[in-house]
Design a protein around this ligand. Structure first.
Ligand SMILES: [Zn+2]
Length: 189
C-alpha cells in the first residue's frame, strides 16, 4: 500500500481532508558552484536555493512553507501562538486557539452557533464523502504489501492475501451511497 494513500485516509479520518497527503519538491542536479544556503535567480527569473547539497526551486519551497508552517503570531489577533491547541486550530482555521474560542463564544451569545455548525457541516459533507470514497477505493486498489511501517514507527498489518478487492470496493461504494442518501434527506430538513 502506498504511503501517500495511507496518509490521505488518515487525513480524511482526522478531518483534515484538504491537507495535501504528499508534497513533492523538484530536485535538480547541481550545475554550478553555489554554497549551501545560497539563493539565486536564473535567466527566467526563477529562484533557487541550495540546501544540504541539493538545489531546490525556492518559490515552491517558500509557498509550501507559507501554507503549512504556523506563524509565531496569530494573523487575526496578533497574540503569540505557542500552545499545541494553536497548532491544531492553525491547520483548520488559520488563526489561534483563543480567536476560534472567542468567535464560537460570540456566536453562542448571539444564538447563531447551532445554525453555523449545521451550515458548515452541510457545506462540507458531500465533498467530504466524495473524497472519502475516492481515497478508500484508491487505497484498496493499492494494497499490495502485507505490512508497512507508519511515520510513528508502528507496523500496521494489511494482509492482502485473503482480500477480495472487488468485493471490498463494492461494499465501500454501497456504504458511501447509503451515507449520501441519508445526507440528502438530512439536508432537506
Ligand atoms: Zn488569534
Amino acid at each position: 500500500m502506498k504511503e501517500s494513500n495511507i496518509n490521505r485516509i488518515r487525513n480524511i479520518l482526522s478531518g483534515e481532508f484538504t491537507a495535501k497527503s504528499s508534497i513533492s519538491i523538484g530536485y535538480e542536479k547541481e550545475t554550478d558552484n553555489h554554497k549551501d544556503g545560497d539563493i539565486w535567480e536564473d535567466s527566467n527569473g526563477k529562484k533557487f536555493i541550495k540546501k544540504n547539497g541539493l538545489v531546490r526551486s525556492y518559490s515552491k519551497l517558500s509557498s509550501i512553507r507559507n501554507t503549512t508552517k504556523m506563524p509565531l503570531i496569530c494573523p487575526v489577533c496578533g497574540s503569540p501562538m505557542t500552545i499545541w491547541q494553536d497548532h491544531h486550530m492553525w491547520k483548520k482555521f488559520r488563526k489561534c486557539f483563543s480567536c476560534v474560542i472567542n468567535e464560537d463564544t460570540q456566536r453562542i451569545i448571539n444564538g447563531e452557533q447551532e445554525q453555523y455548525e449545521k451550515n458548515k457541516i452541510k457545506q462540507n459533507s458531500k465533498a467530504w464523502l466524495n473524497d472519502l470514497e475516492i481515497a478508500c477505493l484508491e487505497a484498496v486498489e493499492s494494497i499490495d504489501s502485507k505490512a508497512f511501517v507508519t511515520e510513528m514507527g508502528d507496523i500496521e498489518d494489511w494482509d492482502a492475501g485473503h482480500l477480495d478487492k472487488n468485493k471490498l470496493k463494492e461494499s465501500i461504494k454501497e456504504h458511501i451511497s447509503e451515507l449520501k442518501e441519508k445526507l440528502d434527506i438530512w439536508k432537506k430538513q
